[in-house]
Design a binder for this molecule. Structure first.
Ligand code: NAD
Length: 437
């Protein structure tokens, strides 16, 4: 099949590369011309494991190409994917649809034959109807169907998630689209078993419901962790026992510094706003958002408390800046709020992240970005683990102890062994753990 993908971010580029990899002919389009030039030369503009190699291979085979404008590829396409950003709109928290609308109108103008237009971007329920109307107005003669096919890939594991999906949710209100979708996904849908066809509005809402539910799980376990600390329970045991119930499941039950990233914060805000717009309050989601906001400040306060109540003039080492491991994405990362809160009370910050330094330099100010974790820890009063990159699991804590001004560790992901660190002479604080006697 011939596919045009509009938007070459994490979702568009991964989708385009994966569809090319299973044999479709894909052209990816982006407004950002320098990005298109880089991609045409095989240079992927962000870090996603395995993506460089997949892009290079499919460029080489001629199945994947890149273009700064959509005219030709949309005119030739059987399927067009909209994979542009839907950030939080200023003011009310709803998803900003400017990019989706602009892409839809431009696509409409270039359509020549029957085309299935798929919205992969996360968009509020009812957006498919709006997109369809806009496209009809932009080109009344165009023959197309608008489908909702929200994406569930996780950054850091995106290729595997795309190639081996748990489910492929497809919202269609026009049966003409069904055989096209079946053909599109035939190489990865396991005889169609992964395909779940719904109405368009249900598919749109499913994406928000999924992300809000996961975010709710995170805020829930964060509050349970706080309660563990107050009561002498151990959140690791509670999570284990909780997660063994198949109705609950073990994932997303690790306490942390609050959820961040390009999806959970904006999607929970958007769903809460949708609830307000339709007079159907999303109270659990509202609470999830509030708990998460408060969580980042509570983490900064925890660091200050661990340093004796004052960090003015003190050096704090921060390990991990990205919102999770295996990505270079800092969008809404908890590290930002925590670092800014510490800087606000006079701390100086030295940070290390395996992939996030370059994007962090554009967001964080007055931070010493270090070449490795040991340089960050040198002369620090406290070492704070924010993102659980694997390389932090094998740190040489004897070396770190010798180089710190005060050997304190605040572990916001519970990846270190408290008793080992305490035996080395560190003051250790994790999340939701009982005091070590
Ligand atoms: P992104 O910001 O990384 O990329 C969006 C790209 O679209 C940018 O390169 C931008 O230049 C381009 N663009 C914007 N308007 C355009 C237009 N009119 N024509 C051509 N290109 C245009 O975004 P992302 O993280 O890939 O997310 C895209 C969508 O997918 C969002 O709605 C997001 O919520 C959703 N989503 C993201 C993830 C994720 O893990 N990042 C997962 C599932 C769903």
């Amino acid at each position: 099949m011939r596919i045009a993908v509009v938007g070459t971010g994490y979702v568009g580029l991964v989708s385009g590369a994966c569809f090319a990899n299973v044999g479709h002919l894909v052209t990816c389009i982006d407004l950002d011309e320098s990005r298109i030039t880089d991609l045409s030369n095989g240079k992927v503009p962000f870090f996603e494991p395995g993506l460089d190699a997949m892009v290079a291979e499919n460029l080489g085979s001629g199945r994947l190409s890149f273009a700064p404008d959509m005219a030709q590829s949309v005119a030739n396409a059987d399927v067009v994917l909209i994979a542009v950003g839907t950030p939080t709109r200023r003011g009310d928290g709803q998803a900003e649809l400017t990019y989706v609308h602009a892409a839809a109108k431009a696509i409409a103008v270039h359509i020549r034959n029957f085309t299935v237009v798929i919205t992969k971007s996360t968009v509020p329920v009812g957006t498919g109807d709006e997109v369809e109307q806009m496209m009809r107005r932009a080109n009344p003669a165009a023959d197309f169907v608008v489908v909702s096919n929200p994406e569930f890939l996780r950054q850091g594991n995106a290729i595997k998630d795309f190639a081996y999906p748990d489910r492929i949710i497809v919202g269609i209100d026009d049966a003409q689209a069904k055989p096209v979708i079946e053909q599109l996904y035939a190489p990865i849908s396991e005889d169609g078993n992964r395909l779940v066809f719904t109405g368009r509005r249900s598919a749109e809402l499913t994406k928000y419901a999924a992300n809000a539910f996961l975010a709710m799980k995170v805020s829930f376990i964060n509050e349970i962790a706080d309660l563990c600390e107050k009561t002498g329970a151990d959140v690791r045991d509670v999570s284990l026992g909780l997660g063994l119930d198949p109705r609950i499941g073990p994932k997303f039950l690790a306490p942390g510094p609050g959820f961040g990233g390009s999806c959970f914060p904006k999607d929970t805000l958007a769903l809460a706003q949708t609830g307000r717009e339709f007079g159907s309050p999303m109270r659990l989601v509202e609470a999830t958002i509030a708990i998460n906001e408060q969580r980042k400040h509570a983490m900064a306060q925890r660091i200050i408390d661990t340093c004796g109540g004052d960090v003015h003039g003190k050096k704090i080492a921060v390990l991990g800046l990205t919102f999770k491991p295996n990505t270079d994405d800092l969008r809404d990362a908890s590290s930002i709020a925590i670092i800014e809160a510490l800087q606000g009370v006079g701390a100086s910050i030295a940070a290390y992240d395996p992939q996030g330094t370059r994007p962090a330099q554009a967001i964080l100010h007055d931070v010493e970005f270090c070449a490795d974790p040991y340089a960050a820890a040198n002369n620090a009063e406290c070492l704070v683990l924010v993102t659980e990159w694997d390389i932090f699991r094998s740190l040489d804590f004897n070396r770190i102890h010798a180089s710190m001004t005060s050997p304190r560790v605040v572990d916001l992901r519970n990846i270190f062994d408290p008793s080992v660190l305490q035996s080395l002479g560190f003051r250790y604080r994790g999340l939701g753990l009982p005091e070590i006697k």
